[in-house]
Unconditional design. Structure first.
Length: 367
């Protein structure tokens, strides 16, 4: 069964509780609790109303607590079915171009201003009886692109101890659900993980695939598929002449010795450099505002042409945090769906608060 990762994370962090009263299912309950609290050694019987994080430990409790409750069945990931009539709305320029080219390939003509894409043509508004899907769903279920999957090693593997990071390795492996069978913290050798027993122990030499801790994190986060532009030094080098965090580059393809940026000396061999933390090519997202001007989000900063307007965007969004929330006016309530700006900064064109929130959320995601 596939579980809802967002709800599992909230349960694990003590933000919500399971409502087991409506549709009790012992098998599902145990799977959810095991996923959220992997080190808890007992199984739930399933005869309690609520289950949540034990505030004094990293296990669960059935004591009723003052937390939002989520029905147990909601922890099951709902299987997505592509609707017969779907539409996608996006202001992200590169996503827009992919959608536009797809709909044009179906034989429909495009005209400026038609920014809602469907499998039946272009529209300026959401057509009746069409279900909106996300761009990610469009890629997976229409273009049949496979989503990125976790690249964690499938077989037994070793983690190389370097720079006295034994405790950091132990903490990382434990956080991934592996059981520590070591008698202490080691500053040499390797920590070996058994995928079958979910245990790890210490050995001086190993025959399994070996990774540095950073390489393991890269695999888990699918970062190996991104373009690497350099590597950060984890400590000072050459008597402090090269500071920690300096980026080393491969200035010549397949060079055996890498040189730090802005230096002509202090080279370090390729085998050492490529065990350090990699630096990846920045992701750049362009969002169309009011069908009139573009904003670029890169490295968490928002740019209008050459102006950094990150703080402006943050202040603007925070100023209108009451949108989509009930507001009381005497004995009655009202709710704002959106806000229209007649101008923002030097731009004299209408934009919507929902567009600025999209920009803000993208900048936060990149940080």
């Amino acid at each position: 069964m596939k579980l809802n990762k967002d709800l599992i994370e909230k349960l694990k962090n003590g933000h919500i509780a399971i409502d087991n009263q409506r549709n009790p299912n012992v098998e599902l309950l145990r799977a959810v609790l095991k996923e959220a609290f992997p080190f808890c050694s007992w199984n739930a019987v399933g005869n309690c109303i609520n289950y949540s994080k034990n505030r004094n430990d990293n296990d669960w409790t059935s004591v009723i607590v003052d937390l939002p409750t989520i029905p147990l069945n909601d922890f099951l990931e709902k299987e997505f079915v592509l609707p017969e009539k779907w539409c996608v709305l996006t202001n992200v320029v590169n996503e827009f171009e992919i959608l536009k080219n797809y709909v044009k390939s179906l034989g429909y003509q495009y005209a400026d201003g038609y920014n809602i894409m469907t499998n039946k043509g272009f529209y300026t508004y959401k057509p009746t009886y069409y279900t909106e899907i996300t761009f990610e769903q469009f890629k997976e279920y229409v273009l049949k692109e496979k989503p990125m999957k976790e690249q964690f090693p499938k077989d037994d593997f070793g983690v190389i101890v370097e720079n006295n990071n034994g405790k950091e390795i132990i903490d990382y492996l434990v956080s991934k659900g592996f059981i520590n069978k070591c008698s202490g913290v080691y500053s040499y050798g390797n920590y070996v993980v058994s995928k079958n027993s979910k245990e790890f122990y210490h050995l001086l030499n190993v025959t399994q695939n070996k990774f540095t801790l950073q390489q393991l994190k890269n695999l888990e986060n699918n970062m190996e598929n991104k373009e690497i532009i350099g590597w950060k030094t984890p400590y000072d080098l050459f008597g402090g002449k090269v500071r920690k965090g300096t980026i080393y580059l491969n200035r010549e393809n397949n060079a055996d010795c890498y040189i730090p940026r802005d230096y002509t000396e202090y080279g370090v061999t390729k085998e050492i450099v490529e065990t350090w933390e990699p630096v990846y090519k920045s992701k750049e997202v362009v969002i169309r505002m009011g069908n009139s001007f573009d904003l670029t989000i890169k490295d968490g900063k928002v740019w209008h042409k050459s102006d950094n307007i990150t703080q402006f965007v943050q202040n603007l969004v925070n100023c209108f945090d009451y949108v989509n929330k009930d507001q009381s006016y005497g004995q009655y309530k009202a709710q704002f769906k959106d806000v229209i700006f007649s101008s923002t900064g030097c731009e004299r064109t209408e934009t919507k608060l929902s567009e600025w929130i999209l920009v803000y959320n993208e900048s936060q995601k990149q940080k």
